[in-house]
Write a protein that binds this ligand. Structure first.
Ligand code: SAM
Length: 289
């Protein structure tokens, strides 16, 4: 029976172990059972699933996950939390706690060792200071993933979900949408955490595409074009690509590719869809052949 998830129990554990919150680890623990229920439901966790939890903290969400999943692997960086997790997770025989930095762990190996290489689910109340490297690492590292359901800063959730025309649209939106279908499950106010974060939060689910939504011959080139376009937002696409150290095509080739795509010479990068970036990238690839 999950016992954590309310403020009293969290305070009790923290006092017992004289635990000091560490800002550098982005420690804001969830103290709202409704939010925990919503996360588990949105992730669609069942007894068939192997779940990777990033940053279990004192084990609040881990208890919920353990009750619903087949197996839970929880990776925590803070050594002060390890003895606490030993106590709070003592009743569960389907949880493995790994004391390590998630950015250094071989997650493919976790999927192999604990789920025979089949797709895992990732569920977390993420440490906000490393949201993007964690999510991009999971996608780019080719980890077999069913979905990623995570608490992130509200502003970051918005950036992942929007399309062209929004001020939040950028390289992160395109990178996430290339790999997955984003869906904002809930907005979560600061009073659902201890201590309260200075920003609003949201739970977002990223469901991995079974087949890519666009055909792109060189994804790496497409992402370079995307970064070049958004690094210089007020410039035209043509100037953005021309001035970027990441893009090595000549001015003539850039003009030709934009023309081949049927785009206006004065088009701005931030108006292009993922499909258009893929098409542009393929034009450049074909020029090289
Ligand atoms: N899951 C808990 C909860 O919801 O109450 C804690 C969430 S707290 C926002 C983020 C957690 O990630 C903390 O426990 C923190 O120590 C841990 N963490 C921070 N950086 C990490 C890293 N690089 N690798 C693994 N865990 C990390």
């Amino acid at each position: 029976m999950a016992t954590l998830g309310n403020p009293q129990k969290t305070i009790e554990i923290i006092q017992k172990y004289e635990f000091m919150f560490q800002k550098k680890f982005g420690q804001n623990f969830l103290i709202d059972t409704h939010v925990l229920d919503k996360i588990i439901l949105a992730a669609g966790v069942t007894k068939e699933d192997c779940v990777l939890e990033i940053g279990p903290g004192i084990g609040t969400m881990t208890q919920y996950l353990a009750e619903n999943a087949g197996h839970v692997v929880a990776v925590e960086i803070d050594s002060n939390l390890i003895p606490i997790l030993k106590e709070t997770l003592a009743d569960y025989d389907n949880v493995t706690v790994i004391h390590d930095d998630i950015l250094k762990v071989d997650i493919n190996k976790i999927a192999q060792d604990y789920n025979g290489g089949r797709p895992i689910k990732v569920v977390a109340n993420l440490p906000y200071y490393i949201t993007t490297p964690i999510i991009m690492g999971l996608f780019e590292g080719g980890v077999p993933i069913d979905n990623i359901t995570v608490m992130v800063q509200k502003e970051v959730a918005d950036r992942m979900q929007v399309g062209p025309g929004s001020k939040d649209y950028g390289a992160l939106s395109l990178a996430v949408q290339y790999y997955a279908e984003p869906y904002i499950v809930a907005n979560v106010p600061p009073n659902c955490f201890m201590p309260r974060p200075g920003v609003g939060s949201a739970v977002i689910r990223l469901t991995r595409h079974k087949t890519s939504p666009v055909e792109v011959m060189e994804p790496d080139l497409m992402f370079r074009l995307i970064r070049a376009s958004f690094n210089q937002r007020r410039k035209t696409l043509q100037n953005g690509l021309n001035n970027s150290p990441e893009v090595s095509f000549t001015k003539e080739q850039i003009i030709e590719a934009i023309e081949q795509m049927g785009l206006s010479p004065s088009v701005r990068g931030e108006t292009l869809t993922l499909k258009e970036f893929a098409g542009l990238s393929n034009c450049f690839t074909q020029m090289k052949q």
